[in-house]
Ligand binder design. Structure first.
Ligand SMILES: [Zn+2]
Length: 222
């Protein structure tokens, strides 16, 4: 691995960490994000607000062994959740874990997030749900790892959201789109009975060539 790849990942993490806070997807020192650089993952340090992390402060952890290579700060307390997810699905290059208000509100009243609009169908697909377990434990890490092979977006009951992607941009956009979906669904439910997309309508969106192009572009861009 070249130094420049790691440096690039550090800068991207810093950029998206600030976006996450600016968009209100976490408050205070909540949430944690990571991205792969070769055999390592670079993970947010514990106790920092995401927006305060400088490029050199992302913590290097060996994905295979779980060994933490930096000792100045502790890695995020959700280090196991990130490690297990990367080990389970080698296609994952980045993980965004946030505490978005509408996602959390949704998990308090519903275990599902139906397909509501085209961007959700094209960029996210089906969202899954993990019942409440104590954060920071291997119970949560195991529960998330069991889902990351099949789903890129996982609602955590009474807790928040995990999204994965082929790069940070994709994982981040998925967080934004799932939060927007939760917001729309809750608003619609409060007003009446939501009309959701049918399976056929969902599949039709996924088969659009223009959407495939957009998703491909999203995965390529850094
Ligand atoms: Zn959390």
């Amino acid at each position: 691995m070249t130094q420049s790849l790691e440096q690039q990942v550090r800068e991207e993490l810093t950029l998206y960490a600030r976006k996450i806070v600016a968009k209100g997807l976490v408050v205070g020192p909540g949430g944690n994000i990571s991205a792969k650089a070769g055999d390592l993952m670079l993970l947010s340090p514990s106790g920092f607000a995401l927006e305060d992390i400088e490029p050199h402060q992302w913590i290097r952890v060996e994905i295979g062994s779980g060994k933490v290579l930096d000792t100045e700060f502790r890695p995020s307390s959700e280090v196991l959740m990130h490690l297990y997810a990367y080990r389970e699905n080698p296609d994952i290059q980045a993980i965004v874990h946030t505490h978005p208000a509408y996602c959390i509100a949704l998990t308090l009243v519903s275990r599902e997030l139906p397909m509501l609009f085209p961007d959700q169908a094209a960029l996210v697909g089906e969202v899954t749900f993990v019942p409440y377990v104590l954060p920071t434990t291997d119970l949560l890490a195991d529960a998330v790892a069991a889902k990351v092979g099949q789903y890129n977006s996982i609602l955590l009951e009474n807790h928040g959201l995990v999204t994965t992607g082929k790069n940070l941009r994709e994982a981040y956009y998925r967080t934004e789109v799932v939060e927007e979906s939760a917001k729309i669904y809750l608003a619609a439910k409060a007003a009446g009975t939501p009309k959701v997309l049918t399976d056929a309508e969902y599949k039709e969106i996924q088969s659009l060539e223009s959407e495939a192009y957009r998703v491909q572009l999203l995965q390529k861009l850094q």
